[in-house]
Design a protein around this ligand. Structure first.
Ligand SMILES: [Fe+2]
Length: 192
């Protein structure tokens, strides 16, 4: 047996993650633009698309986290990262995000700032679910877990954790059932 054409989700931790600072900064963005934008957010606040800039805290945090990960794992050939932009999500209790993908980039990412075990998982669905729902959905559980052969997949999220995934991969965020806000930063990157 061989497994071909995997969907790879990169998982890393932000170095020197300062949760309090990140929460305060996120809330500051919301204060400056309380309306935000309406995209995949249902009930939550989402900032406008923010450009990556020099000496901007979130830009540096995201780019250092990713560069560090690629440098340490050496999983890519020599690449150039193009950081397109990021946005902040604050989902108050009850809020969620509809299924979406991230067009016009290569990899999509999320970094979690504030979550707990009730604030809602991120869920992904198989990129070819229409064609493979049955042939993948019927695999034995052990085999499926060992080989990532699922029709859907969900992840617990921890503050300071960051993931990267192919931008076409459809995903959504469950309803926040915590009594506290769920805060994350999403971003788009290109590779060359
Ligand atoms: Fe997303």
């Amino acid at each position: 047996m061989r497994i071909l054409f995997p969907t790879i989700i990169h998982d890393m931790v932000a170095p020197n993650f300062d949760q309090d600072l990140c929460i305060n900064l996120s809330r500051q963005f919301k204060k400056e633009d309380p309306k935000g934008v309406e995209k995949s957010n249902i009930g939550g606040w989402q900032s406008d698309f923010l450009d990556f800039k020099k000496d901007d805290y979130f830009s540096d945090l995201i780019s250092n986290t990713i560069s560090n990960y690629f440098y340490e794992t050496k999983i890519y050939k020599e690449i150039q990262l193009m950081l397109h932009g990021y946005w902040i999500n604050i989902n108050q209790p009850g809020a969620s995000n509809n299924m979406h993908n991230h067009p016009n980039c290569d990899l999509a990412g999320v970094m979690w700032i504030k979550t707990d075990n009730k604030s809602g998982a991120i869920r992904f669905r198989h990129p070819n679910i229409f064609a493979e729902q049955t042939s993948i959905g019927l695999y034995d559980e052990d085999f499926a877990n060992k080989n990532g052969a699922h029709v859907g997949y969900w992840m617990e999220t921890k503050p300071g954790e960051c993931i990267l995934f192919p931008s076409h991969l459809e995903h959504w965020v469950e309803q926040n059932k915590s009594t506290e806000d769920r805060i994350s930063i999403s971003f788009n990157i290109g590779l060359r």
